[in-house]
Design a protein around this ligand. Sequence first.
Ligand code: ADP
Ligand code: ASP
Ligand code: MG
Length: 409
Amino acid sequence: MGIIVQKYGGSSVATAEHIRAVAERVKRVRESGHDLVVTVSAMGKQTDRLLRLAGEVSRDPSPREIDQLLSTGELQSVALLAMALHDRGVAATSLTGPQAGMKTTGRYGSGVISGIQPGRLRGLLDEGQVAIVAGFQGVNTLGDIMTLGRGGSDTTAVALAAALGAERCEIFTDVDGIYTADPRIVPEARRIPVILPSEMAEMAWRGAKVMHPRAVELGALYGVEIHVKSSFEEGPGTIIMGGNGLEHLETRETVAGIVHDLDVSRITLTGIKTGPGTMSRVFSPLAEAGISVDVIVESAPKEGTSDVAFTVRRGDFREALRLAGEVADSLDGQVEGEEDLGKVSVVGTGMLNRPGYAARMFATLGEAGIPIRLVSTSEIQVTCVLPAGRVEEAVRVLHRDFELEERDV
Ligand code: ADP
Ligand code: ASP
Ligand code: MG
């Protein structure tokens, strides 16, 4: 029988009781004859607690030390799960990311996996042991621990599944699959039984935090079949896999889901002198500071000046405003910003080449009196930036108007 990689998120290992329940589940799968690699996240909100602690001892903790600290959350979980398995007579060994051969590069706090040396893992599996790997971490060429960005344990799991040629990767969380919208906001949301990796990746990038976007992309790249399930109840969950079934061809559902993200701020430079190279002058300092920019809108130039608006994460707002202010000064313009925003996206590969989705979205938001600050579209999504306080309402009205609650599952 093949290898299965399982990942249990923070809420699934929040307490000793939860860890015992995970151990029971792992034991059952192991007894069915599968080789098992299990990745776990930090217990409950432990990562948030550690981050808060860092903020209490230092005004500006160094990214390297933050990673050193955060990585300990996952270490607690793996050791505890190994103990719970031993108690049940299951041979298991816990490993840190580095011990599991997880190599990373890039910036502290948002490390990317550069390779996996799975020798030690394979050795454990050959001995009939369950290998338990700390999620969300790896080691760089300096020998330092790096973390993969918030929610990154999903990426650890899928990367391990790819490296080991696993039969599938199972992501256990606190919802029983991917829904047409966050079920905590839209109780009528429907579970999606099977979703294309392209749609899931777009939903994840746009804010559906149920899966880390890089995990979905890795899965698509290496052909890993990902199952998203509840760790609290049995059920089919959602399967993320490439679709080559012909039964729906072009009549497939056009919209996969409504996604939201509350971690959005806007910065606008107004009246800046414009010409070739202006955009580079605005965005290069942000890139150098490691600030990711999302929606970008530039107005048509009028009398040699234009306005440029863009969004960043709230954590980057102050620094981005400062950098944009310097650029605006040098281009005889001004800068202003709005910190408390969110965005809502309608996502679906079926929207490709079918006009009218953006118009329908604007009409729905307009009827509800919800103001739109910025818009971005691509062939598989339309995104509107809105005041944060109106985001949940926007998700609900769009879910209703796009008739997603009537979706047959
Ligand atoms: P874990 O700790 O297991 O990694 P997360 O909190 O990262 O879990 O992700 C699960 C949460 O994602 C759910 O509790 C749910 O509120 C949220 N979520 C957002 N969008 C969706 C969606 N479209 N389908 C399912 N869950 C979603
Ligand atoms: N513990 C990390 C976080 O809270 C990683 C994860 O849960 O996937 O972001
Ligand atoms: Mg998560």
